[in-house]
Design a binder for this molecule. Sequence first.
Ligand SMILES: [Zn+2]
Length: 428
Amino acid sequence: MSATIIRNGRVIDPANRRDGVGDLYIENGKIVATKSEVRSPKSEIDEIDASNLIVAPGLIDMHVHLREPGFAHKETIESGARAAAAGGFTTIVCMPNTSPPADNPSTIAWINDRAVKTAGVNVLPTGAISRNLAGEDLAPIGSLAQAGVVAITDDGHCVQNHELMRRGVEYARMVGLPVLDHCQDYDLVGSGVVHEGYWSTLLGLPGWPAAGEEAIVMRNILLAELCDHHIHCQHVSSAGSVRLIREARARGLKISGEVCPHHIALTDEAIQNFDTSYKMNPPLRSQAHVDALLQGIADGTLSILASDHAPHADFEKEVEFDAAPFGIVGLETELGLFLDLLVHKHHKIDTVRLIEMYTVEPARLLQVDAGTLSAGAAADITLIDPTMEWTVDIHQFQSASRNSPFDGWKLRGRAVRTIVDGKTVWRL
Ligand SMILES: [Zn+2]
């Protein structure tokens, strides 16, 4: 027997509509409803003082690249899980663009085994929609479901053939998996590396037009309706995508969208010094797009927050802009950025909604047992200091990579302790 009492925190549990100062009881890795149900002898009960802290269900990041198998020099499942814990995340969902790609049950089994042996947080794998993420024929979606994936996605790539995508969505519906999609029309985007607009023209960099995302969001809305099945648009970056998703949700369609912090923290103006830590896919866009994303978060159109944590080694990013890989690390800065920008600076949502977008919303979409402080649930808990001021220092990252544009940023709000199955896995 082992037990812990977390005392005097502001317990925010959106799944149970709980928000108030109180205590939280844990025994043998599970949440216990009341003190009288704690059976451990008093001498064996640990106490954590959570005064002035938020006690939240363990946060879920449903968009993470862990790079294993295949690219362990960028990140391993172990180092990525450490970064997650340091960012306040108890559950992360990893993308299938590894080497070999996660388009088959044995790679999923390998990831699950590796996660059990090395990761301090829960790692939930996704499987590919198409074999080798090539968009030519379907991956064995039924076997992937049996192997335990929580969703299918070709993230990093996008199935261009609408008929193949339709069959993927129908297959996913049959086996009860949501479909996540990286929305990029290859013909419209071409070799684009930055948002098509003022800065791409001025700098002479190939443009990535917003319509390149919106065309696929539109396709996904049509297929969600046709197949009556959920499609989730990953890392939404454009005003047109927000408008399309808003209209489709108003019609009751099974469509959703997520936002990454860099798409609201930065605009394409940041690329003028050709610094590759501002190169991501989809790209940073103009202020009008940022404003539309903020509005989409405020009115519930965009319902999930995620990092698109994409580690790359220095030597890979330290090349000319066109040649550098897309993406930045995000697990250790996303909570601070979203609290600082959405809650403190722009007042778009309150802390309760922010926690809901990191817990209830992704748990419901993925149908996983997480994101709640209900009695009997796994004691996955994040303690958050919502107003702590801190400065991002990439050299303090637990991630194996340092590719972040936020080094030196002063933020308000940070996770201070991360608990998985009742055990502290990280503490500030
Ligand atoms: Zn992507």
